[in-house]
Structures are given as C-alpha cells and as structure tokens.
Design a protein around this ligand. Sequence first.
Ligand code: G3H
Ligand code: 13P
Ligand code: ZN
Length: 322
Amino acid sequence: MALVTTTEMFKKAYDGGYAIGAFNVNNMEIVQGITEACREEKAPVILQVSKGARAYANHTYLVKLVEAAVIECPEIPIALHLDHGPDFETCKACIDGGFTSVMIDASSKPFAENIEITKKVVEYAHDHGVVVEAELGTLAGIEDDVKVAAHAASYTRPEEVEEFVSKTGCDSLAIAIGTSHGAYKFTAAQCTRNEQGILVPPPLRFDVLEEVSRRLPGFPIVLHGSSSVPQNYVKMINENGGKMPDAVGIPEEQLRHAAELSVCKINIDSDLRLAMTGTVRQFFSEHPDKFDPREYLKPARANIKELVRHKLVDVLGCAGKA
Ligand code: G3H
Ligand code: 13P
Ligand code: ZN
C-alpha cells in the first residue's frame, strides 16, 4: 500500500469510536518501533514530522525512512503528516515533497488571520490531493521553540468552529480542551496529589469537546499534547541520573473516552521520548563500558514498540482496524 491521506482512516475511526495514533518521528529507530507495533497489531497509523524534526534529520531522510516503513509494512495504511506547520511555505514544501497531510497551525493568530492562512494552505493542499488539519484554541506547553505558559492557554470556543471550518475548508480540527505539550503538562498548583504523591491533573473539558462535536457532526477532531507521561519511564529516568520531578501527563482513560467520541487523531510524542531516554539511561547505568549505539538503541526501539502497542490496544482502540 502506498502512503495514504487520513480521509478514509478518519471516517472509519469516527464511525467506529476509536482514534488513530499520530506519533512524531525523528530518526530510524523511532519509525521502526512505531511501525513494527502497528504492523503486528494491524493498526492504521499517522507518522508526523515537526519543523524541528525536519531541521534535525532533514526532510528527505525522514520521507525516505517513512517510505521504507511503507515497503516493510504493506498491509497497514500509513499517512505522512506535517505537525504544527508554522506557515504556508513550510506546508507547501511538505505538500510538494511527498507528505499526504499537513497541519497549518495559525492558532496563535487572531481568528480572521487564522482563517485566511488556513484557507490558503487548504486550497494549495487540496489541489495536490493532500488533506489539512487546522487548530483553534491554544494549548499550554512547549512545541518547537514556542512555549505557552498555562495561564496563556485558552480553550477552543465552540461558537467559532462552524464558521472556521466552513470558511477554511479544513479536513480536521485540533482543539484545546486541557491537553498540553511536553512532559510537564500541568503545574503542581493546577493538580491534586494522590496517596503515592503523584500529581493528578485537572480533567479534560469534555463539555467543550461535546459542544464542538454537536456543532460539527461527523467532523474529525484532533487532540494534541496527549502523552500520558508513563510514570515507570519517569522513574527509570530519575533512577539513572535524570531529574524530571513532577512530570505528569493526560490519564489514559480520558484519552480512551475522547477516542470513543469525535476525536479521530491523538498526538503522542513525549511518551516515546521518555521511553527512549529512560531505556538509554538505564542501559548506560548498567553497562558503563559499552559504546556501540546499536547496543543501546536496540532496547530503546524495543520499548518504543511495546509502548506504541499498548497505546494502540488499550488507549486508541485502533488495533485490528487496518
Ligand atoms: O508538538 C510538538 C511535538 O511534540 C514535536 O516536538 O518540535 O520538539 O519536534 P518538536
Ligand atoms: P505530547 O507532548 O503530549 O506528546 O504531544 C505531542 C503533540 O501534540 C505533537 O503535535
Ligand atoms: Zn502538537
């Protein structure tokens, strides 16, 4: 199967009450860990590339790695998506350069300007058979070089979504309902603590999601900032020389519930980074004499694969849907 757009994936996910995992890729081991899990679990998948990933690994290397995964996993649909496209030019470069889906993220701009920029990207993308994700509302956290403080984040305003979607023609919409980018999604002040002393975040705003869905029946909604920050990996990092106090994510049962509603795409990046970093740190603690990258990247890739398998089966509900 060649690379696909997300159109068919989202229709089936919407009707079936599950979500597609959108995992960020930056190197070969991450691509392999994700796609091996998806192939074994027969799950459709979105591999996404940020501006930072293109700067780090180079556009062509990333496209070729994803094309290699398509060859190795012919039985599953794979989409290649630009994550947080900052402007028309970056979106155009990805549309011209083999991507099947792009996000234009003009969510920090005023409403009218967001519409104008998004519409321009949609027109170019649709002329080239590529689909477009747009965003309304502002998530907290860090994405690329932009850091949004918790107090500066704002929930999506449901009363704006119909006008936004009809004027832009976008194919899916990322909304802000309380998720946040990175491994430190909430300040201690926003949370309570459970008996183990772990921070418990405030619940997602399902009322906002439900009102958006009521206004946009059948339309695919996207959640960014949806890592759950697995505490076993935070512990592994902290026990092996790292320092990540109070790293906390979105509870998985809330993501599962969102996937049963209109959320068709759930973005996960930080969890993969934590799995990779924890595994490599532990490897070096246990083997201070080793220096072959294959020896420490192999268990890191294996743990990414198992983490992705868990997401597909227990959180997203997309296992067996390829
Ligand atoms: O939302 C942003 C993604 O986690 C990508 O992160 O910009 O560091 O590649 P990055
Ligand atoms: P996390 O930082 O929660 O993994 O979110 C990733 C994301 O939204 C990528 O666009
Ligand atoms: Zn994001």
